[in-house]
Design a protein around this ligand. Sequence first.
Ligand code: ADP
Ligand code: MG
Length: 169
Amino acid sequence: MRREMTTSSAEATRGVGRALGETVSAGAVVVLTGDLGAGKTVLAKGVAEGLGVAEEVTSPTFNILLVHEGRVELAHFDLYRLEREAELEDIDFWGVLESGAACLVEWGDRFPDALPPDALTVSISITGDESRRIDVKASGPRSEALAQAWIEASAGLPGVAVVPGERSP
Ligand SMILES: Nc1ncnc2c1ncn2[C@@H]1O[C@H](COP(=O)(O)OP(=O)(O)O)[C@@H](O)[C@H]1O
Ligand SMILES: [Mg+2]
């Protein structure tokens, strides 16, 4: 399933992230992609807020993985600096994915074979100074249910528009 949303400000993207954090459950895997400056960190901060994470959330670029306590534990990966898929073992990638934490994987698209079959992929594209397109792709029943609930929760937020209907693949 593919759906699409647009946001007209950073605050709107953060709101969409907050809705995702409020909707996500233990063990969910969300892959986050988009060019530099697209808004991945803005969205991730919203997810953390929605999960009730108290501490400041930044991109774990230099750490690869940062874990935060929240309503559900948030495991925030940034795979940008990894060179080979084998390095995922060094950070216990699959162990963390199965630990019950809600997993947010920035640049997860770099290692598509390493991802679980049922994951939600969120791709942010820059469409203007303040506007972004957020493509949502679910690849299994679990991520599909998450996508439905998330889009429903985002639809009424200020600065957010949900493009009606499903996108073609
Ligand atoms: N609609 C929008 N959604 C997200 N960010 C936006 C939007 N409009 C402008 N911005 C700006 O774009 C930048 C996104 O930065 P950031 O989240 O760090 O990107 P990334 O982590 O993808 O490299 C921020 O400076 C933010 O204020
Ligand atoms: Mg970032």
